[in-house]
Design a binder for this molecule. Structure first.
Ligand SMILES: [Zn+2]
Length: 317
């Protein structure tokens, strides 16, 4: 399995970088993600989430989002021999071809654009290629899961955002969006969508997880779900270990197909990690576990990276 590389749809590590807590190069006594362990584990693609904290919303969200974006771009510049920014089809071709990790910038919170479509153009020009439409709260685009499943779907502005993101070739991430918004997006988007860091509700009833109907709809859309390593999303008692991650992947492969599942660790965004999956360096162990669970070589390739490559190729222009 040593030649399989890994794609991961979500980590929040840039927050530590901006706060100057870590330079994200070497392992430290805290934190889940750093370049050294990522490269040891053959990480080839990482979605770098810019998580806009609730205290900045709504009025300072754009400012905070841009501050995080500047930090991400600075990190990429400073580490240009180890990472590269993924923003074009040409960049997708480079994924997994060397030790350099492709970083795709995702903004976790549509609040960054407020109610202005021009902000979508602007952050696109600055290198952002994915937006998590909401976090758990309501914003101008849609309602997060915290507002409840029946609190309404996309706003009129939200529908315009979907159309503009389709036009630009941006990834629409529905991980925190409530059910009504999920269905609005899936019916309206002309390109596949992603739930970058969620799990299966059939195995764990957390509000952030996706029902089997949602998982099948994602599969029909040629979209993707990245499995979140949050213990509370993996099992109802919140005491997950690496086998629970395998369990969720098996379930999604069974109900929606192996083409629609990948990883979305949420490293540095979750407070605790599953036992035996404590940091990004543990990925090879997870791949070994998946192999033992019965996935063959071509299925492992899909889960590890090629579903992501197919998905990016369908969306990014
Ligand atoms: Zn999140």
């Amino acid at each position: 399995m040593a030649d399989l590389w890994i794609a991961d749809g979500h980590c929040d590590s840039i927050g530590d970088y901006l706060a100057r807590k870590r330079d994200l190069r070497e392992p430290s006594s805290f934190g889940h993600w750093d370049l050294t362990r990522a490269q040891d584990a053959r990480l080839g693609l990482q979605f770098l989430a810019l998580y806009i904290e609730s205290e900045y919303k709504p009025f300072q969200a754009a400012w905070r989002g841009l501050e995080l974006l500047q930090a991400a771009l600075e990190f990429i510049d400073k580490n240009h021999s180890d990472v590269f920014l993924v923003k074009s089809k040409n960049d997708i071709l480079k994924l997994g071809q060397s030790d350099a990790i492709g970083l795709l910038i995702n903004v976790e919170g549509g609040e960054i654009i407020g109610e202005s479509l021009f902000m979508l153009d602007l952050i696109f020009r600055l290198g952002v290629r994915s937006i998590g439409l909401t976090w758990n709260e309501r914003n101008a685009i849609a309602n997060g899961v915290g507002e409840g499943p029946d609190s309404g779907g996309l706003s009129q502005f939200g529908f315009k955002v979907i159309e503009k993101m389709n036009e630009l070739g941006m990834i629409i991430d529905v991980s925190h969006v409530n059910a009504a918004g999920f269905w609005d997006v899936i019916h309206h988007s002309r390109t596949p969508i992603i739930a970058s860091h969620s799990c299966a509700a059939a195995l764990c009833g957390h509000r952030r997880n996706l029902t089997d109907d949602q998982l099948r709809a994602l599969a029909a859309n040629k979209g993707l779900v990245g499995i979140n390593f949050c213990q509370d999303f993996l099992c109802d008692n919140g005491q997950a270990d690496i086998n629970d991650v395998v369990r969720h992947i098996c379930h999604i492969a069974e109900v929606a197909g192996v083409d629609s599942v990948g990883f979305g660790s949420d490293f540095d965004g979750i407070e605790s990690t599953p036992a035996r999956l404590e940091h990004v360096g543990k990925y090879p162990y997870l791949v070994e576990k998946l192999s033992r669970a019965g996935f063959n070589r071509s299925e492992l390739e899909k889960i590890c990276y090629s579903n992501y490559v197919r998905f990016l190729s369908a969306v990014i222009k």
